[in-house]
Design a binder for this molecule. Structure first.
Ligand code: PLP
Ligand code: COI
Length: 355
């Protein structure tokens, strides 16, 4: 499982951006990891200088979307060490996505080793400003050249790194969500639970519509009854009702968020009652109106914990907690982010030291 390494030359190395100008996912580091699958086996794992791919126009990923990815972050701690958050969870989900999309799985230890080796090499790109991280994007694409619809016989697994600031321009401030009432993201038996590009392509129409109305995220409802809350475009969702935390139960159409799972565990440890159950958007609206729903927040790797201050549903706008960050949201944020950045002890053993 040795990874071959070809270092970038001084000319190939890029200028590192200052932390202050970082946005989400616009800059990439000097190296990438790549490994090809052919003849039913994976080839040599390699770390090489960051480079574009040359692909035939008939490559299957372009036509039928056989693609999966993951989203992870590396956090710099006060002693300058760098840590991943539960990387084996991402390796496991990557393989579940691979199975759903008829793609080969990747050895989990190699998945994590590839990331740690790549970060060791490009570690200077890990920001050290508050809230900033090195975002990790493991990806697999189908690379057979053919137009027939069938699982590809060749794949490319690669990992790129991107130093990032906040996912939302507003940072840890309440954002606004637009409830999609005419379109759906995923259906029972579909691919909602897999982290595959097509799930995101399907959301862009509504996302654009939301953006035009001033809403940076879409909140999705279930495909059958169009009333049960599922998740936001890039995050799972949680709400506080009568002081207890609620989040939609996993139904096969929702992404099994690693932040979601961690926040549930964290909240329970902190003494909050957490319920995983179906939540009807109409009940939620009623609870916002009578004041029993006091907080809504989203959770995800890119978005961390993001408070929601406003919901748009069927031409009406509902404010959440006077658009202020709620107490429980803030508590969970401080604990989760504190653990991730090494500011408070990691009593769950979630952090994985890169070096
Ligand atoms: N839901 C969707 C659709 C996502 O893209 C993400 C981000 O990965 C999440 C939820 C949150 O998952 P995680 O916490 O594992 O990042
Ligand atoms: C993440 O949170 O890592 C994601 O993958 C969400 C994304 C699509 C930006």
């Amino acid at each position: 499982m040795d990874i071959e390494i070809q270092l970038a030359t001084e000319e190939q190395k890029k200028q590192k951006p200052a932390d202050s100008v970082l946005e989400f996912g616009k800059k990439f580091t000097d190296h990438l990891f790549e490994m090809e699958y052919e003849n039913e086996r994976w080839g040599t794992p390699r770390i090489v200088p960051y480079h574009p791919f040359t692909l035939d126009p008939a490559t299957t990923v372009f036509h039928y979307g056989q693609e999966i990815f993951e989203g992870m972050k590396a956090f710099r701690h006060p002693d300058d060490s760098i840590h991943l958050f539960r990387p084996y969870k991402n390796a496991e989900r990557f393989n579940r996505s691979a199975e759903r999309m008829s793609m080969p799985t990747v050895n989990k230890d190699l998945f994590v080793k590839a990331i740690t080796e790549l970060i060791r090499l490009d570690n200077e790109w890990t920001p050290n400003s508050p809230g900033m991280t090195l975002y990790i994007r493991p990806t697999m694409i189908a690379t057979e050249v053919a137009l027939g619809v069938h699982p590809s016989n060749r794949y490319l697994f690669y990992i790129i790194l991107s130093p990032v600031g906040s996912y939302f321009k507003t940072g840890f401030k309440p954002t606004k969500v637009y409830v999609a009432s005419t379109h759906v993201r995923a259906t029972p038996g579909g691919t909602g639970e897999a982290k595959t590009g097509g799930n995101y392509a399907a959301t862009l129409w509504s996302q654009q519509k939301a953006k035009n109305k001033g809403y940076p995220q879409v909140l999705w409802l279930d495909a059958i009854e169009r009333r049960y809350i599922e998740e936001a475009g890039a995050m799972n969702v949680m709400m506080v009702i009568d002081g207890e935390v609620y989040t939609p139960a996993l139904d096969g159409a929702i992404l099994k968020g690693i932040t979601r799972e961690s926040v549930i565990e964290l909240a329970r440890t902190l003494g909050y009652l957490v319920h995983e159950e179906s939540i009807d958007i109409n009940d939620l609206i009623a609870k916002l109106e009578d004041g029993s729903c006091s907080e809504i927040f989203c959770v995800g790797t890119a978005a961390s914990i993001t408070p929601i201050g406003e919901i748009y549903y069927k031409e009406k706008v509902y404010e959440v907690n006077g658009s202020e960050i709620g107490k429980i949201t803030q508590h969970l944020y401080d604990e989760l982010v504190g653990i991730q950045f090494g500011k408070i002890p990691d009593r769950f053993n979630w952090m994985y030291k890169v070096f």
